[in-house]
Design a protein around this ligand. Structure first.
Ligand SMILES: [Zn+2]
Length: 326
């Protein structure tokens, strides 16, 4: 998979410009809240950089990178529901690559999870932030006997899910009041990094799961290759959307504190090198002699080996978390 297949560079850069404008229009920095580390509660942190008016710090105990201070929950809920950049993301950015993403991302994801379910039928499965409902559609195709619930706060996207004949709870997971103890599996893709209060999210997820129920999340690893190399220039470091960058160790700590057992924490990402190379070759980024040399002088075989090494050593910025409610 290549970055350009799932993310048009121009559309993405246009989107990022719009986001910067929406930050000024929707978020009032005087109302931002200063927090302790979202994983360990630690108060000792070091300032890393400032981006679009957001300060990012690293916790000195667990190395979680996070935006601090950050907007309150209600302001972010409004931002996601109403901002023009969200609308652009849906219509101009996501729509044109939706079918490519179905093939490259959602189908493999559905296959992985269908294999994990191992033919067990009549399960209740919820996808948090289900967007266009493509993942649930694909999983339903592979495992048709289950009950599928799309948990999606945006009205526009919730309606798209209804049109696909999915059961829909049009809200954030944090606000779901019914269905306690009903879920065998909750999934949330590229979600944890967005949450103003990840501990609250995990507590609510735990309430909705049956005992022994599974949580399957993907998120950004703050100790992942392209993020560490590009740092504040990384497009993944994108306020106000991406507020939390856990790492394999701190993700485990967070889950265990909230009554989950970590079944798998891996980094199966495929794009780290491609993202760094794209920044060097297309946007003139200087990321040091070694990586500049690899980008300019080495062949695709070398780069594939590098990406495989990144994956295997849990150094990709794309992290997968599977956890069981104890
Ligand atoms: Zn910490």
């Amino acid at each position: 998979m290549k970055e350009d297949e799932i993310r048009n560079r121009n559309a993405f850069n246009q989107y990022l410009d719009l986001v910067a404008k929406d930050i000024d229009a929707y978020l009032d920095a005087s109302q931002f809240i200063t927090i302790g580390c979202p994983v360990c509660g630690g108060e000792r942190m070091t300032h890393e950089f400032r981006k679009h008016g957001f300060d990012y710090v690293t916790c000195l105990s667990c190395a979680t990178l996070f935006a601090n201070p950050r907007p309150p929950y209600e302001a972010m809920r409004r931002f996601y529901a109403e901002s023009p950049s969200t609308s652009f993301w849906i219509n101009q950015f996501f729509m044109p690559v939706a079918e490519t993403r179905r093939e490259k991302i959602f189908k493999p994801r559905a296959r992985y999870i269908a294999a994990m379910l191992n033919g067990k039928g009549r399960l209740t499965i919820g996808d948090v932030g289900s967007g266009f409902g493509i993942f649930l559609e694909e999983l339903r195709r592979l495992a048709p006997g289950n009950r599928y619930v799309a948990i999606e706060p945006s009205n526009e996207m919730a309606n798209l899910c209804r049109a696909k004949d999915l059961e829909v709870s049009c809200s954030c997971l944090e606000d779901v009041q019914d269905m306690k103890g009903e879920f065998d599996l909750l999934t949330g893709f590229e979600l944890l990094e967005h949450l103003v209060d990840p501990r609250l999210f995990l507590r609510r997820a735990s309430q909705l799961l049956k005992p022994g129920g599974l949580l399957y999340l993907t998120t950004l690893n703050g100790k992942g290759f392209d993020i560490v190399v590009l740092w504040d220039r990384s497009k993944s470091v994108a306020p106000p959307h991406h507020l939390n960058f856990f790492n394999p160790q701190s993700a485990r700590m967070l889950l265990e504190q909230l009554g989950f057992e970590a079944v798998e924490i891996s980094t199966p990402g495929e794009l780290d090198w491609d993202i760094v190379e794209g920044m060097i070759m297309n946007e003139g980024a200087d990321v040091g002699r070694l990586w500049n040399l690899v980008a300019r002088e080495r062949d695709s075989g070398c780069k594939e080996e590098l990406q495989a090494w990144i994956q295997k050593n849990r150094l990709s910025s794309h992290m997968r978390i599977v956890a069981r409610k104890s």
